[in-house]
Design a protein around this ligand. Structure first.
Ligand code: A3P
Length: 272
């Protein structure tokens, strides 16, 4: 018969758990899962399986760096460890805490059109609430209060990229922060992944045949190690149509923040 499987805690030979060399810090709904899964195609990348929430949740941070390292995947000395927790980008304490662990760590930030991100954020919360049988609201009721844009709405807060990136730039030089264009990653993932390989000093190993467009899903799916797979059905959900006037109100409000963000990072994006 077959030999019994090794106990789950025994590391594969020549591997160990190491603190991340790079962290995908966000943004929530930016395409963080797609980016991590696509990067994980690279043979020299070891990706953490779940969102760790070490630097943004006090009760986890209190458990210390050893606890954090234990949650990392086994990796060979050639590999780099990557974790993603989208909540880090908007967490006021995460930049300082990550810098305290490793001031030269490479940060990956995937962003998409901030107005589109608001709708995506709403859609995720909407489905989560449906699942747990909580009442849901129309997006317009959350976006607008007494005729004015509701700036306390969390989904809007998270789309103020300039506000959040400022905090990161107080602890890290701009060269340590690579921004992935999440809208471009949806349309054509390879060029974005190639830029990430260069940023992480990885040899180019991700190729065009690692991706194929799935008509049914309407998104690119992944092909690697003789396996084909798409992201979970919660990724790439159709968005609710938003009242055009309200959407315009949101877009005009975000414009100023976007311009400030472009100035801070020395780069522009084609957000409407
Ligand atoms: P939507 O579901 O609103 O379309 P995150 O993983 O950070 O939560 O981001 C989710 C978003 O990733 C999705 O938002 C989707 O647009 C985007 N995405 C990018 N590439 C994708 C892919 N290949 N498959 C599915 N979703 C993808």
């Amino acid at each position: 018969g077959d030999a019994p499987p090794p106990p789950p805690s025994s590391p594969p030979p020549g591997t160990s758990k190491r603190a991340p060399h790079s962290i995908i810090i966000g943004v929530r709904k930016g395409g963080t899962r797609a980016l991590l899964e696509m990067l994980d195609i690279h043979p020299e990348v070891a990706a953490a399986a779940t969102e760790v929430h070490f630097f943004d949740w006090d009760e986890n941070y209190a458990k210390g760096l050893e606890w954090y390292r234990e949650l990392m995947p086994y990796s060979t000395p050639r590999q780099i460890t990557v974790e993603k927790t989208p909540g880090y980008f908007t967490s006021p304490l995460a930049p300082e805490r990550i810098a305290a662990m490793n001031a030269s760590i490479k940060l990956l930030l995937i962003l998409r059109d901030p107005a589109e991100r608001v709708v995506s954020d709403y859609t995720q919360v909407y489905f989560n609430r449906l699942e747990s049988r909580k009442p849901v609201q129309a997006i317009e009721n959350l976006l607008v209060r007494n005729g004015a844009l509701n700036l306390r709405y969390k989904a809007i807060q998270r789309s103020l990229y300039d506000v959040h990136v400022r905090a990161w730039l107080q602890h890290f030089p701009l060269q340590q922060l690579h921004i992935v264009d999440g809208d471009a990653l949806i349309r054509d993932p390879l060029p974005e992944l190639q830029e990430v390989e260069r940023f992480l000093n990885l040899p180019p190993r991700i190729v065009a045949s690692n991706f194929y467009f799935n008509q049914t899903k309407g998104f690119f799916c992944l092909r690697s190690g003789g396996r084909e797979r798409c992201l979970h059905e919660s990724k790439g959900r159709p968005h609710a149509a938003v009242n055009a006037t309200v959407l315009q109100q949101l877009r005009s409000f975000l414009q100023e923040h976007n311009r400030t963000f472009f100035r801070l990072v020395g780069r522009t994006f084609d957000w409407q």
